[in-house]
Design a protein around this ligand. Structure first.
Ligand code: UD1
Length: 417
């Protein structure tokens, strides 16, 4: 087990390259199951969640081969239709094999993901969608079993915009017979990339990126060949690192269009953000202005940036309010930020943050992926030493973050606990 040790107080400077987006790669990897051939996905980050997804593909009978940042997946033979508990519990996105397996094999058995650190996170909307396509769903010994003689296009109306649900149903309807409509679809950029990927395989999908997606089913799909979009959450994390350390960073791969909600709030907080040729230049102010945020589905403020934004507001000149509307239990970083001297109280779904002039280093514990990033950010801005333990969460979603930050001048290292 390792921990990250940071001696804070350095203004970060220089350029950093954002890696491929974890949340885009995962559905793309599972989409390769839709085609009996060899696919290739490039700009794939080296992350624990990606390794878990590859292990799951191998369990199902697909072979995977890593060559540099590319992953070749041969899904010619599917030998199993079961996603076992051990893999699903380490990565909830494993439920995204349901759609592809059902469409390709007519049968899928996937362990129910259960709860996780940030909330209950049910998959009822995914299942409701598959049922509308004519699949029979049963729950048995903690597994969801889905079966069909052949999926038929349908009109699917989600109760809320769900990213995973939209992705799962896009993959299933691509090979269903006839037309499908997904209403109240999630609009995240990663969904747009998945739809583009499926279309490049021969699918007929229109409207991805809007709340109404139209899919004309086709009878077969070609293998996939694609390069993954940059990770907007990693980009946002570096943008906040610049803001909190009074730094000056060029975040290569950051795209304003995919980050509008974050960019607007950072501008309100007094951060300078300017587009350059292949990224965004971010310059932190002498003192941050307090700003309120409310998380919501895209294009609203992303819940995956909430913890990092809160760390930034902990240093603002006044009081701000951060409201979490997507997940019910996503404030576990608050206690850890308090250990670093932040003045935060929780009021239902909101956190009220009274900004302090200076955070002070302390040992802290990461509780989930984005909470780990928020603690690293706080440590970079704090005086003295911060030690972040339980960083296996961090390795699920940030590629070589300590190396990238060290390259920007941060005094940070990974050491054995
Ligand atoms: C994805 C992202 C995750 C991000 C989240 C919200 C991936 C791999 N993960 O997760 O990083 O934090 O979107 O932007 O892309 N819900 C239901 N029933 C369902 C499905 C969802 O009630 O069947 C609820 C969830 O509990 C949550 C909300 O809908 O409150 C949004 O969840 P969803 O968009 O599905 O998140 P994920 O796809 O799990």
């Amino acid at each position: 087990m390792h921990k990250i040790v940071i001696k804070g107080g350095v203004a970060l400077a220089g350029e950093v390259q954002v890696s491929g987006a974890k949340n885009a790669v995962l559905p793309l990897l599972f989409a390769t199951l839709l085609s009996a051939g060899q696919s290739e996905i490039c700009n794939v980050p080296a992350l624990r969640d990606i390794a878990t997804a590859e292990a799951l593909l191998n369990t199902l009978g697909a072979t995977t081969l890593r060559v540099d940042d590319c992953c070749r997946i041969d899904a010619t033979k599917i030998q199993s239709i079961e996603a076992p508990y051990d893999l699903v519990r380490t990565m909830r996105a494993s439920v995204l094999v349901l759609g592809p397996l059902l469409a390709r094999c007519g049968h899928a058995r996937v362990s129910l993901p259960g709860g996780c650190a940030i909330g209950a996170r049910p998959i009822d909307q995914h299942l409701k969608g598959f049922e509308a396509l004519g699949a029979k769903i049963t729950l048995d010994h903690g597994y969801v079993e889905a079966q069909t003689e052949g999926l038929r296009g349908a009109h699917i109306m989600f109760d809320m915009p769900t990213v995973g649900g939209t992705e799962n149903l896009l993959m299933a309807t691509a090979l269903a017979e006839g037309d499908s409509i997904i209403e109240n679809a999630a609009r995240e950029p990663e969904i747009v990339q998945l739809a583009e990927a499926l279309n490049s395989m021969g699918a007929k999908i229109e409207g991805a990126g809007t709340a109404r997606i139209h899919i004309q089913g086709v009878s077969s799909l070609q293998p996939l060949n694609i390069s993954v979009m940059p990770d907007r959450i990693e980009a946002g994390t570096f943008m906040i690192a610049a803001a909190m350390t009074k730094g000056n960073l060029l975040v290569r791969g950051a795209c304003q269009q995919d980050q509008e909600a974050l960019v607007q709030k950072m501008l309100e907080a007094g951060v300078s953000i300017d587009p350059e040729q292949d990224g965004l230049r971010v310059i932190g102010p002498h003192r941050l202005t307090p700003v309120d945020i409310r998380t919501s589905a895209f294009p609203g403020f992303p819940t995956d940036m909430q913890a990092q934004f809160m760390a930034m507001m902990a240093l603002a000149d006044g009081t701000s309010r951060v409201s979490e509307n997507v997940f019910e239990n996503r404030f576990m970083h608050v206690c850890e930020l308090q250990r670093l001297g932040a003045d935060i109280s929780i009021d239902g779904h909101s956190a009220v943050i009274h900004g302090v002039k200076q955070l002070r280093g302390a040992p802290v514990m990461a509780t989930d992926l984005r909470a780990s990033a928020c603690l690293i950010l706080a440590g970079l801005a704090a005086e003295n030493t911060t030690e972040v333990s339980r960083i296996y969460h961090l390795d699920r979603g940030y590629e070589r973050i300590e190396e990238k930050l060290a390259g920007l001048g941060a005094n940070i290292e990974r050491v054995p606990e």
